[in-house]
Design a protein around this ligand. Structure first.
Ligand SMILES: C=C(O[C@@H]1C=C(C(=O)O)C=C[C@H]1O)C(=O)O
Length: 361
């Protein structure tokens, strides 16, 4: 078992399994008993959990660096659903969002790519490549075996830029994202795309749903919640995003980073608004397929309750034999979204994984 978690200013590298938890309640009990837990929780937090108490943990105040290596060749073997079907789903979502009797304001729809490799992909080597490839050195590698059954030997590997929650003592930080534009090869056009994103009414409304939901979820648990009025522009090598740094002070120090992450999830960045209706709509439009660990969370929490969780996006779920994997990307749909642009947005997001694998869709 290997767990790697890298952010610009700190990282965790853990190995070995002292205890494993396929249910959050068991992980919470272990935390209360003095354990540290690391791993991933699925999009459906009630049914999918791959957390462990590791045997050994190295914490660092810098990002993580792995051994450089040559990755196997990769090709996209299939798209699920095919692009035209994703566009049709987005149109169905738009019909619901624009229906006068519908309470739905935003829904996030995702699609997947199946990748095949010409020799087994080493999950840690892929994480090293992804972490090296983004200037913030965000990334993770999680062994999903703790979730049991079909997850035995699978790994979730990704480079999420989005911090769900960080707890340090009573200090709480969230940095939600929503609102996206593809990066462009021409520097002038690229900068213009970023500036346009900052003043796009559609993207600002998409973003506001996330910020409001996070403020509301923090309100019963925190004081001094500070939310800037306007988002800031941020970027990865693949996309521009709108982001809002939110800070707060924890009221009860017994509330752990894991508790906070579960109180916030699923934010409208991965589900929609209102949450319950968005989840029902996702079930219906994504044909009832489980999202697995995509759009869940990856992170850690220690016995003091401190910890940090990223939103599990820009990631790939690697098969046990390392010869294939499923990458998933989604985007928030609001009433004035454009269905073809939404397809392109998911393609741009796939760029994070695909460029590390030197392939494209
Ligand atoms: C859902 C994803 O990304 C999320 C959705 C975004 C959007 O809709 O603009 C932006 C960042 C993420 O919060 C994904 O990458 O799969």
């Amino acid at each position: 078992m290997r767990f790697v978690y890298s952010r610009p200013d700190r990282s965790i590298d853990a190995t070995g399994v002292r205890q494993s938890f396929d249910h959050i309640d068991d992980a919470r009990e272990a935390l209360a008993d003095g354990a540290m837990v690391v791993g991933a929780i699925g999009f459906d937090t009630d049914t999918l959990c791959a957390l462990v108490e590791p045997e050994s943990v190295t914490r660092s105040e810098t990002s993580w660096t792995g051994e450089p290596s040559v990755l196997p060749g990769a090709v996209v073997a299939s798209q699920n659903p095919p692009p035209a079907n994703h566009v049709a789903r987005v149109r169905r979502a738009l019909a619901i969002l624009n229906h006068p009797n519908s309470a739905l304001r935003k829904v996030v729809l995702a699609r997947s790519l199946t990748l095949v490799f010409d020799s087994p992909m080493d999950p840690v080597a892929l994480a090293a490549k992804l972490i090296e490839s983004n200037p913030m050195h965000n990334g993770f590698c999680v062994d999903l075996t703790a979730a049991r059954g079909q997850y035995y030997g699978r790994h979730l590997v990704g480079a999420s830029p989005e911090l769900l929650i960080r707890r340090t003592g009573t200090e709480v930080v969230c940095r939600p994202f929503a609102g996206t534009a593809a990066r462009l090869a021409d520097p002038v056009a690229d900068a213009a795309a970023g500036v346009a994103l900052l003043s796009s009414a559609k993207n600002l409304s998409e973003h506001r749903f996330v910020v409001d939901a996070i403020s509301d979820a923090l309100a019963p648990l925190c004081s001094d919640i500070s939310v800037p009025d306007e988002p800031t522009l941020t970027s990865t090598p693949a996309v521009w995003h709108l982001a809002t740094p939110i800070t707060a002070t924890l009221t009860d120090p017994a509330t752990t980073a894991l508790d906070l992450a579960l109180a916030l999830h699923p934010t409208p960045a991965v589900a929609g608004t209102p949450t319950a209706l968005a989840l029902q709509t996702i079930q219906r439009l994504e044909d009832g397929r489980s999202r697995g660990f995509y759009a869940g969370m990856v992170g850690w929490c220690d016995a003091s309750g401190d910890g940090e969780w990223m939103v599990a996006i820009r990631c790939i779920d690697l098969a046990l034999d390392g010869l294939s994997g499923t990458a998933t990307a989604g985007g928030g749909i609001v009433a004035d979204s454009d269905a073809d642009a939404e397809l392109e947005e998911t393609t741009a997001k796939f760029g994070t994984i695909l460029s590390a694998l030197r392939t494209r869709v």
